[in-house]
Design a protein around this ligand. Structure first.
Ligand code: 3HC
Ligand code: NAI
Length: 699
């Protein structure tokens, strides 16, 4: 049982005890109902307190139980809340730390609520693609008002208990405790003080009205429509709260339940729930226990003040960690520091950063031309030119000066981290930290685990990633790691689509309609088409039989590297980023098609999307079976946080499982028959073929 029962004098205390956040799983729900029954049966008990053990009152329904039999078994959350409301003795919720979702709904079912300051109060269900399904949409408006409740429900954002407690007329909290420490004693005293008060107050009996009901809800609907185009839940939240103002309580509750169940079955909700769990799972490495001791990181060194070095440094400065940047020339240092200043100043101008904070951050930054100044840093990240010779020189120097135990990281995007580690006498301290550009903005950090990388180095880097607010995903060593290795297959398909009859804008439009932030050609123009060109030249030596469309090379031969040269797959006006279809490029593509002897065909948007996404999926499956990624959710996190994959689709691997792996493989077989495509690329990865044959999904 994950709820404890104790009696203190004439007050029974039911303590939710389901770590980490007292999720209301079956055993906890049963524990509450059993506790209530015991308290009711004990004549010596006059009042009941419900509270939570550890760092939460409750984080809500147990998300890990969703979709399992347990979530359906009685007592469900409705039955628990009914039992609380119908108790013959007053039930007081003693709320602290975290009171969210079903946890808040449980509290709203109690007769009284006492809250400690500093508690995060929220109905965050919308972030999981659902809405509060245990009375939250019906009860919250009755205690904080319709508008405040709708704001909380549609945004899912937490509000601090003391802020709610300070609002005149609010009925959510009957009392604010002086502190979290005094909550337990104050809750007992409060319960005693109301033990004989009858009738017992019920939130459901409070009125719920909005003075300009129809106009207000119309306004709310319009707001929500603009904000949440790919998600159905926010609009349903408005419907449910409107029902609270227009229907009888029981009818409103039934309506909310119906909406909740329908939303639970939507692909958008499945994607968001997958994302919630995958994000947390990504921070765990199967063979690195969570209690692995971590190295202390107080000072950081960054080598190279170019595009990446500057952005990487900002992450640490933002987190209050001092950074020393090393360069070969003073001019390069000056340029790098000026860019950092420019970025911060832009934030200050927009009101996103206070001048004082900006100055504090800059005061943490120092620069040097000498490796001697790196001898006491705890972590150093190299971001110099992408050439093995340059990396070798840097790591040899680092090995000579860095203190024992310092972590030596490389931001390389394509080079072999094991080879880089071999330039030192301490390969166990070497790791890849692959940031994405712009490094101060992008959430993704691929942590590249070399064959010698020590477990405590990995544990430290994962912890530091959290501190600098990155989503860290561990990748094994391979060319391109997880993200770039997969994107190559996607780019290969994008090129073939041009050869077969598409224009860049048609391809971009189709995949952007699917939900990608940017299609492959707009993305190429942003990142610089010359980067792929250099990689293809290298590949041409390593894999001479590689098949790809030559249009990208022809584009680069025209000097059209993208936005930085004012022209790429699209034309750009000076100082602007709008992609304008280019006649020159479209003619180049047509001429190339003629040279190949290809008669263009109309390719459907559906085929475009399938070929681009399934190309990612097949490579992802190979990455999974080779152990480069340890879970399919890690691959999804890479794509969701680093490559603009649509959130509501849940990442390529989750999306493929939603489509059905059997269907994915069937489409791949069809694409393999296309003579203009690369049949080898469509041979299903053995793992994909196996799961498809067994009717299973990626795990
Ligand atoms: N159920 C089960 N586990 C949960 C959970 C929940 N509701 N909320 C958090 N957890 C777990 C996480 O999975 C994680 O587990 P792990 O250590 O095994 O990975 C652990 O708690 C810690 O979570 P975080 O890493 O997110 O820790 P933080 O301290 O940063 O945040 C939190 C804690 C604010 C509670 C945050 O986890 C959160 O926002 N949780 C989601 C809460 C939520 O969405 N509740 C609504 C659930 S749906 C519902 O109640 C339906 C009802 O209306 C019928
Ligand atoms: P960049 O060319 O903008 O900057 C490199 C900097 O390193 C220059 O300022 C140069 O003066 C300095 N440098 C060169 N040799 C040095 C040495 N021996 N010691 C000290 N400084 C030296 O390059 P960028 O784009 O910042 O890339 C750096 C690394 O990050 C590369 O390994 C690259 O593959 C990787 N990377 C780049 C991404 C990008 O989008 N630009 C994304 C992810 C990784």
């Amino acid at each position: 049982m994950t709820a404890e029962y104790q009696v203190h004098g004439d007050v029974a205390v039911i303590t939710l005890a389901n770590p980490p956040v007292n999720g209301l799983g079956l055993s906890t729900r049963q524990g509450i109902v059993d506790g209530l029954a015991k308290a009711e049966a004990d004549a010596a008990v006059k009042a009941i307190v419900i509270t939570g053990a550890g760092g939460a009152f409750s984080g809500g329904a147990d998300i890990k139980e969703f979709g399992t039999d347990k979530s359906l078994q009685e007592p469900n959350l409705h039955s628990v809340i009914n039992a609380v409301e119908n108790a013959g003795k007053p039930v007081v919720a003693a709320i602290h730390s975290v009171c969210m979702g079903g946890g808040l709904e449980l509290a709203l079912g109690c007769h009284y609520r006492i809250a400690a300051p500093g508690c995060s109060v929220a109905l965050p269900e919308v972030k999981l693609g659902i809405l509060p399904g245990a009375g939250g949409t019906q009860r919250l408006p009755r205690v904080v008002g319709v508008e405040a409740a709708l704001n909380m429900i549609v945004s899912g954002e937490p509000v601090k208990s003391e802020m709610i407690g300070a609002v005149p007329g609010q009925k959510l909290f009957d009392k604010m405790a002086a502190s979290a420490e005094s909550l337990a004693a104050e809750a007992l005293a409060f319960a005693k003080s109301v033990a004989d008060v009858r009738p017992l107050p019920l939130v459901r009996n409070l009125p719920c009205k909005h003075p300009e009901g129809d106009a207000y809800f119309q306004f709310a609907r319009n707001m929500v429509k603009g904000m949440a185009k790919n998600f159905p839940a926010p609009a349903k939240c408005v419907d449910a709260v409107e029902a609270a103002t227009k229907r009888k309580f029981a009818d409103g509750l039934a309506f909310e339940r119906e909406l909740f169940i329908n939303l639970m079955w939507t692909p958008e909700s499945r994607a968001l729930r997958h994302l919630f769990l995958a994000e947390r799972a990504a921070s765990k490495i199967p063979d690195v226990p969570s209690d692995t001791p971590k190295r202390d990181v107080q000072k950081v060194g960054v080598i190279g003040a170019g595009t990446m070095g500057g952005g990487i440094s900002m992450n640490f400065l933002n987190a209050g960690i001092p950074v020393t940047i090393l360069e070969t020339k003073q001019e390069a240092l000056d340029r790098g520091v000026a860019t950092i200043r420019k970025n911060y100043e832009a934030q200050v101008k927009k009101g996103k950063l206070k001048q004082e904070k900006y100055e504090q951050r800059m005061a943490l930054l120092s620069t040097t031309l000498s490796y001697d100044d790196l001898k006491d840093v705890d972590l150093v990240i190299e971001a110099v030119f992408e050439e093995m010779g340059v990396k070798e020189a840097v790591f040899k120097q680092l090995d000579a000066v860095a203190k024992p135990g310092a972590i030596l990281a490389s931001n390389t995007s394509t080079l072999d981290v094991d080879q880089i580690a071999s330039f030192t006498k301490r390969p166990q301290d070497v790791v890849g930290m692959h940031f994405f550009s712009p490094a101060n903005v992008m959430k993704l950090l691929e942590v590249v685990r070399g064959k010698a990388t020590a477990k405590d180095v990995l544990a430290t880097v994962m912890a530091i990633a959290k501190k600098i607010k990155k989503t860290a995903v561990v990748s094994g060593v391979c060319d391109g790691f997880i993200g770039n290795r997969m994107i190559e297959r996607y780019s290969q398909q994008a090129g073939f689509l041009l050869d077969e009859g598409c224009t860049p804008q048609q391809v971009d439009k189709a995949i952007e309609k699917f939900g990608f932030a940017m299609g492959p050609f707009r993305m190429g123009d942003l990142a610089g088409n010359d980067i792929g060109w250099a990689i293809r030249k290298r590949r041409a030596v390593e894999q001479p039989d590689m098949k790809y469309s030559k249009t990208a090379d022809l584009l680069c031969e025209m000097g059209r590297f993208g936005q930085k040269t004012g022209a790429g797959w699209y034309d750009y006006q000076a100082g602007k980023r709008d992609a304008i279809p280019s006649d020159v490029v479209n003619k180049m593509i047509e001429d190339h098609r003629k040279a190949l002897g290809v008669t263009p065909r109309k390719v459907s948007d559906e085929e475009i999307v399938q070929r681009l996404v399934y190309a990612l999926v097949n490579e992802g499956a190979k990455i999974l079976e080779e152990g480069i990624a340890s879970k399919s959710g890690d691959i999804d996190m890479v794509y969701l946080t680093g490559y603009g994959f649509p959130i509501h689709r849940g990442g390529p691997m989750h999306y493929a499982s939603e489509v059905g792996l059997f269907n994915v493989v069937e489409s791949m077989k069809r694409f393999a028959k296309n003579p203009l495509d690369d049949a080898r690329a469509w041979t299903p990865a053995p793992l994909l073929a196996k799961l498809a044959a067994e009717g299973k999904a990626f795990q």
